[in-house]
Design a protein around this ligand. Structure first.
Ligand code: GAR
Length: 188
């Protein structure tokens, strides 16, 4: 049995990646436990999964400055070692990232370094790409720029639109996120 590290997931939306990480974290051999969920949106549907799995959760729908101040206090007091961003739509400040350097990871819906930022599927379709996918990467001070941990590729077929691509890619995201967590703790 591994000694699990304490982790927190930051969300802003539906939380389906959160759900898959929680499910995988129930495996006795998974390297982390989700000890906290923080949402910057009261309306985030993903809060439901924190409740369902009895994980402490905090909603901080406040300015970014306040969000970071309160979140840091909670993270330190709960001895959180890893922050997983999962559909978290705030860009964290440099000083926040410095506090957790090397210990914040994110999932992004493109094959980075292509299509950083928003509307990744629309942009990939407009560019005539044949492949898209997702990347789990370390977070550094530049947007969607840290070292990649895992990438999963998904082919773009005739007739695909952003909604279809989102569904196809999210199925890969659910696998990729937990694979990346295992990989960073060298358990894969
Ligand atoms: C995920 O598909 C993730 O790749 C994307 O938001 C979605 C959240 O879904 N993240 C970004 O666009 C970050 N730039 P979820 O809330 O159901 O996990």
């Amino acid at each position: 049995m591994v000694k699990k590290k304490k982790a927190c997931v930051f969300i802003s939306g539906s939380g389906t990646n959160l759900r898959s990480i929680i499910r995988n974290s129930r495996d006795y051999n998974f390297p982390i436990n989700i000890n906290l969920v923080i949402s910057n949106k009261k309306s985030a549907a993903g809060i439901y999964f924190a409740k369902k799995f009895s994980i402490p959760h905090i909603v901080l729908e406040v300015s970014k400055e306040k969000f970071e101040k309160i979140a840091l206090k909670e993270l330190f007091s709960r001895k959180i070692k890893l922050i997983c961003l999962a559909g978290f739509m705030y860009v964290l400040s440099k000083s926040f990232i410095r506090n957790f350097r090397g210990n914040i990871i994110n999932i992004h819906p493109s094959l980075l370094p292509k299509y950083k930022g928003l509307n990744t599927f629309k942009r990939a379709l407009n560019a005539g790409e044949k492949m898209t996918g997702c990347t789990v990467h370390f977070v550094n001070e530049k947007l969607d720029n840290g070292k990649a941990i895992i990438k999963k590729r998904v082919s773009i077929n005739t007739g695909d639109n952003p909604e279809i691509l989102k569904k196809k890619v999210q199925l890969e995201e659910y696998k990729a996120y937990s694979m990346a967590i295992r990989k960073i703790y060298r358990l894969s």
